[in-house]
Design a protein around this ligand. Structure first.
Ligand SMILES: Nc1ncnc2c1ncn2[C@@H]1O[C@H](COP(=O)(O)OP(=O)(O)OP(=O)(O)O)[C@@H](O)[C@H]1O
Ligand SMILES: [Mg+2]
Length: 225
């Protein structure tokens, strides 16, 4: 079953009259419960692609379907709802809220998703424990190391148990041991909950966890080695 379908997708940016064509007639199909990695040079459009699939940005043209929804046809309100309920985002630069503690950052993503505030706390704690941060739940982002902040961002995305996780260099700041443990957690969630993962990384060590690896070059995706 298909979770996401991209067909002839185009995306360009216009910065003061200079147009950068980032994605050109791109095709991509993701099966439900699949874990796929995207590699590619810096500036090739990997983050751009994740932003489109997550409904954070819109394409110039083309088909962009996720979880049965045509993202280009949704109202702003429905697009917000889609993003909140069905997608977990692990951003390249974490995007934690500095005025909230680690556990509050995780809980924030669970609003309107998980019953009451008590259940939100239980779920947030469960995922912070899973990524090895039980002792840092009450700390603020600036009191955490880069790798610890990254793990808060991972817990925030995974705890939603969404249809799709979009991850931008999710283990970029972790040591190899921690990377293995985090990838193990993601594999478990893939298998137990049928979550689809699209993971952007330059790290070839992650290949062994993937069902497929694709390379983004010149605006389109190619089969990786
Ligand atoms: N908001 C924006 N406005 C204008 N240009 C942008 C914007 N976002 C990205 N770009 C341009 O689009 C291209 C693709 O950027 P993108 O961030 O998707 O690359 P990337 O593959 O994620 O790179 P990296 O590996 O360095 O993270 C780059 O040339 C970048 O300068
Ligand atoms: Mg990027």
């Amino acid at each position: 079953m298909t979770l996401a379908r991209i067909n002839k997708l185009n995306k360009s940016y216009d910065t003061g009259g200079e147009i950068t064509h980032v994605l050109r007639e791109m095709d991509l199909s993701l099966n439900r419960g699949e874990m796929v990695m995207i590699m590619g040079p810096s500036g090739s459009g990997k983050t751009t692609l994740l932003n489109l699939l997550g409904g954070i940005d819109g394409p110039d043209s083309g088909v962009l379907q996720v979880d049965g929804l045509n993202l280009t046809e949704l109202t702003k309100k429905d697009l917000n709802k889609f993003r909140r309920e069905r997608v977990g985002f692990i951003f390249q630069f974490y995007n934690l809220i500095p005025t909230l503690t680690a556990i509050e950052n995780v809980e924030l993503g669970l609003e309107n998703l998980v019953g009451n505030s008590k259940e939100m706390k239980i779920r947030a704690k469960k995922y912070l424990d899973m990524v090895g941060l039980s002792d840092k739940a009450r700390n603020y982002p600036q009191e955490l190391s880069g790798g610890q902040q990254q793990r808060v961002a991972i817990a925030r995305a995974l705890s939603k148990e969404p249809a799709l996780i979009l991850a931008d260099e999710p283990t970029g700041n972790l040591d190899e041991e921690r990377e293995e443990s985090i990838m193990g957690i993601m594999k478990d969630l893939q298998h137990e909950l049928g979550i689809t993962f699209l993971i952007v990384s330059h790290n070839t060590r992650l290949k062994k966890y993937m069902d497929r690896t694709l390379v983004l070059r010149h605006g389109t995706l190619h089969e990786g080695s």
